[in-house]
Write a protein that binds this ligand. Structure first.
Ligand SMILES: [Zn+2]
Length: 301
């Protein structure tokens, strides 16, 4: 009996292999990591679905979470620059620093929009100095992100490589089917002109054939002044703008005023998983948005 007991003590840690601790900056990255990692990972997300991804409440409790992380998944292109570095520095975890295998920057393989052509100028408060970082709203980019995540997990946990690759295949095939479905649902509205508050939806709009007629912000991250609004209205009035798309966390007063002035409809559109209780994962984010946009545009016809 004693022998059996000793045998169990020494073999248990091998049998019950610890799950990988995955920390994702945004719920969307966390949702994809969960699809790929399945029961081999524990996923913690820092930003809430209801927060502005540029300005996240970086609670110090996340330092402890990052200290125990095997991998940190971030969006990159300076999306998290305002709040992530202090957490990572405080965590003192070599596994997730700079070029460690446990530090994954998802923007690396993404074709970013609005890449700067001249010198980068942050003096005006532009929060997209390295290009538009809201790329997860193109579901085609979801496949690139999932591929990078599967590769990173396989590198850190090679015995489960086949498991991660099988989940990647299933995720990508499901996404391909859904992209066909979403494209078909939005087909009747191709070419529709819309406005957005921030340049959050550019990737989504391009993927599904919408035209961005203008933004409420004069520059990404810069709030509109009354002078700017007065110069904006004549430019967008008469342009046939049907929707003003606004993320749930934005102030409503100015976009409401603009929508009314130009005869468009104000639509609150989640840009992240967890923005409301119907948007629970990467697929339902698009399901929800495609449905809401279709309904709004059918009504405005
Ligand atoms: Zn932004």
């Amino acid at each position: 009996m004693k022998k059996l007991f000793l045998f169990l003590i020494f073999t248990l840690p091998v049998i019950a292999q610890a799950k990988l601790n995955v920390v994702a900056t945004l719920p969307d990255f966390g949702a994809i990591a969960q699809e790929i990692g399945g029961d081999k990972v524990t996923v913690t997300t820092i930003a809430k679905g209801t927060e502005d991804p540029h300005f996240v409440d970086a609670r110090p409790s996340f330092i402890r979470v990052l200290n125990k992380a095997d991998i940190l998944i971030e969006g990159g292109a300076e999306l998290e620059i305002g709040w992530l570095p202090p957490l990572v520095n405080g965590a003192r975890n070599a596994k997730i620093l700079a070029d460690a295998p446990g530090h994954l920057i998802l923007s690396r393989h993404i074709h970013l929009k609005d890449l700067p052509t001249g010198p980068v100028d942050r003096s005006m408060g532009d929060v997209h100095p390295l290009g538009n970082p809201h790329y997860w709203l193109d579901p085609d980019n979801g496949k690139i992100m999932a591929t990078d995540i599967a590769e990173a997990l396989s590198r850190l946990d090679s015995p489960n490589q086949a498991f991660y690759q099988a989940n990647l295949k299933r995720f990508s095939e499901h996404l391909d089917q859904k992209i066909v479905q979403w494209t078909k649902a939005l087909e009747p509205f191709k070419g529709t002109r819309v406005m957005t508050y921030h340049k959050s939806f550019d990737y989504f709009l391009d993927r599904f054939g919408f035209e961005l007629a203008g933004t409420v912000e004069p520059k990404p991250g810069v709030e509109p002044s009354p002078t700017y609004i007065n110069s904006l209205l004549p430019r967008v009035k008469g342009a046939g703008v049907k929707l003003v798309m606004v993320e749930p966390f934005r102030p409503r007063k100015t976009p409401e005023y603009i929508a009314q002035a130009i005869g468009a409809k104000l639509l609150i559109v989640p840009e992240k998983v967890g923005a409301n209780d119907k948007v629970r994962d990467y697929f339902s984010l698009f399901d929800y948005n495609v449905t809401q946009i279709s309904i709004a545009l059918k009504q405005s016809k």
